[in-house]
Write a new protein. Structure first.
Length: 179
């Protein structure tokens, strides 16, 4: 039988490790301020290679989106890329819902970003400007996905808050979980 103080210590240690590992994912997924350079380290000065893609449907509009679902892929994002096709995008999938933010350090293409909840519904849209290191922080703490497109694409295609994104398999969660 384990003594009560030893059991309490083990529980405290386990909780501490859980908080540390959870905190690392969130902090690594986004910069905490415009002066934080940790998000630029994985990409160096070279764009990451093209990622696996998925077909997305937003109302009558269709996109082919690269899937950034690993931490290093989310951190590099569109950095150092010089173009994005008219019907191309990058979707960032997170392991759990949270408040997030994106910036444009080392990003050359003007982008718009949609923050998306676990129901595949767009809850926020922002324009992002090349080189801007001010974080576009989400207001919601329920963000599961972020979708980057060429700046102005959402407006040109009539995509508004509340638009639900689907894939050939259904919801984003159904298509991106356990790939």
């Amino acid at each position: 039988m384990i003594s009560k103080p030893l059991r309490s210590f083990g529980q405290a240690l386990g909780l501490t490790l859980l908080f540390i590992t959870t905190g690392c994912e969130e902090e690594s997924a986004k910069p905490t301020s415009g002066n934080d350079t940790t998000a630029t380290k994985p990409s160096g000065h070279v764009a990451q290679p093209k990622l696996e893609t998925i077909q997305l449907f937003l109302g009558a509009a269709e996109l082919t989106a690269e899937i950034a679902d690993e931490n290093h892929e989310r951190m590099a994002g569109m950095m150092h890329r010089t173009e994005m096709g008219e019907k191309e995008a990058m979707i960032f999938a997170f392991p759990y819902p949270h408040q997030t933010g994106f910036w444009m350090k080392n990003t050359l293409v003007p982008l718009s970003i949609a923050y998306i909840d676990r129901d595949s519904r767009i809850v926020e849209i922002y324009d992002l400007h090349p080189g801007n290191t001010k974080t576009a922080e989400s207001r919601s703490k329920r963000i599961m996905y972020a979708l980057e497109v060429n700046q102005g694409w959402f407006g040109k295609n009539g995509i508004k808050l509340g638009t639900v994104i689907s894939t050939p398999k259904g919801s984003l969660a159904k298509s991106l979980r356990g790939r």
